[in-house]
Write a protein that binds this ligand. Sequence first.
Ligand code: SF4
Length: 284
Amino acid sequence: MFGQPTLINNVETFACVPAILRRGAEWFAAIGTERSKGTKVFALAGKVKHTGLIEVPMGMTLREIVEDMGGGVPDGGQIKAVQTGGPSGGCIPAAHLDTPVDYESLGRLGSIMGSGGMIVMDQQDNMVDVARFFMEFCRDESCGKCVPCRAGTVQMHDLLCRLLARQATARDLAKLEELCDLVRNTSLCGLGITAPNPVLSTLRFFRQEYLDLLAPEPWKPATPPAPSPASADTRPQPPHPASPWLPKSSPSTVRKSAPPKGRASSRPPTRRASASPPSATWRA
Ligand code: SF4
């Protein structure tokens, strides 16, 4: 800033400095994993008995944090997922609860350490609604400087709302995934780059919940289906001369309709009768 080097750190980082000065760097480096050193403060919240701020050594598993420290889901409920990293983090399914909490392991599951948010979800939570909730936050927090984040978060939030209203089709879902890639790869700063994380991680681990919300595709293919032999021509047909089962007095012979008396007897036939309207299938 003003032509001088600038160093920006957060309070959590500054809080480690006195302990490191008192006990030494080796003591601090002995805490944590090979590449993620020290401790981390999490804000534990959601469907968990004991909520609040906790400080844990890096490398502690998600299960130890949410079940042992947090006490698990109240009333005997089951953990469905844990969202880490704040609004632009990712949702980690219960199958991965034994993952050590460090930067590398969370990254491999599509999440981040981020601001240290940790939200526990149970079986009652719909993961599409969870993604919509966090996308709403990212949309509101976008500063608007770059188009991918400014417009992309609005569009992604809109598509998630349409999904929840059962108005989105498979094409909309494909568009949502496309937008996630675009916003992640072209936004200017970390907010836009990580905003698609809740959608991408829930699509990765809970895709069926998105598919269950899809509306039927209203658009029909351009090629008409081949008519079945029975329905190829519904006009009355003269009986086959060799039809043995038709009674001799069958009325199914084609009769020419007589023109009304006194008019139009000499008018050529028009094509109006054959211009039948499209079937309901094609109008849909
Ligand atoms: S990505 Fe960053 S710079 Fe771009 S609009 Fe979002 S918050 Fe602003």
